[in-house]
Design a protein around this ligand. Structure first.
Ligand code: CO
Length: 214
């Protein structure tokens, strides 16, 4: 079996650095977490949630899957959203996609990788829903970037339509759903033109964001 001692060694170095800077850091965190943010992002190794926004352990609740997809029947994702909203009472849900996403590319190109093709059907649904706008774009590069953006916008809509978020808004809980996209080339996050804070702004903001991405 491959020896992973180098990773354990890095862990010890990291833990020491953290306690040198703040001796009670882990003791405090071990007693409770109270993150303000839920991050729903891609599993891509280059888009590590806490690191790119400079947050420490304890500051962000995280769910990641291939191509940052939020499916209405995905119990895993729904459980994360429910716990984050109803127990941790996060104030922000950030759906973060990224340009150059392999999952989005596979969906766009109809590539075959096995079981995962079924998961990526959800991204293909986004592609088909926006086929006219995507077809009208000048080239494949533009189509790829735009589908990465549209996928985030659709997943923001899916989050907003969950019973969990709908119920939170109904009882007046402060909760915003944001759509962001990350550039692998420059390490920068960009806000897509979509931030939904209540049911009444859902449709208009969705339509505006879609229009802005084309
Ligand atoms: Co990706």
């Amino acid at each position: 079996m491959e020896n992973l001692e180098h990773l354990l060694e890095r862990n010890r170095t990291w833990a020491k650095k953290m306690t040198d800077a703040d001796p009670d850091f882990f003791k405090r965190l071990s007693q409770q977490q109270s993150p303000s943010y839920l991050w729903i992002g891609c599993s891509d190794s280059r888009v590590s949630a806490n690191e790119i926004v400079g947050l420490l352990p304890g500051e962000m609740f995280v769910h990641r899957n291939v191509a940052n997809v939020v499916v209405h029947t995905d119990l895993n994702c729904l459980a994360v959203i429910q716990y984050a909203v109803e127990v941790l009472k996060v104030k922000h849900i950030i759906v973060c996609g990224h340009y150059g996403c392999g999952g989005v590319k596979a969906a766009l190109d109809n590539s075959k990788y096995g079981l995962i093709d079924n998961w990526l059907r959800h991204v293909q649904d986004v592609k088909h829903q926006h086929a006219a706008a995507l077809d009208a774009l000048a080239d494949d590069t533009a189509r790829f970037r735009t589908l990465c953006e549209l996928n985030v916008i659709e997943q923001v809509l899916n989050v907003s339509r969950t019973t969990i978020v709908q119920s939170a808004w109904e009882r007046g809980q402060e909760l915003a759903v944001h759509g962001w996209i990350y550039g692998l080339e420059d390490g920068l996050l960009r806000e897509l033109d979509i931030c939904i804070t209540c049911q009444s702004e859902l449709s208009e903001k969705y339509l505006n964001a879609v229009a802005a991405s084309n």
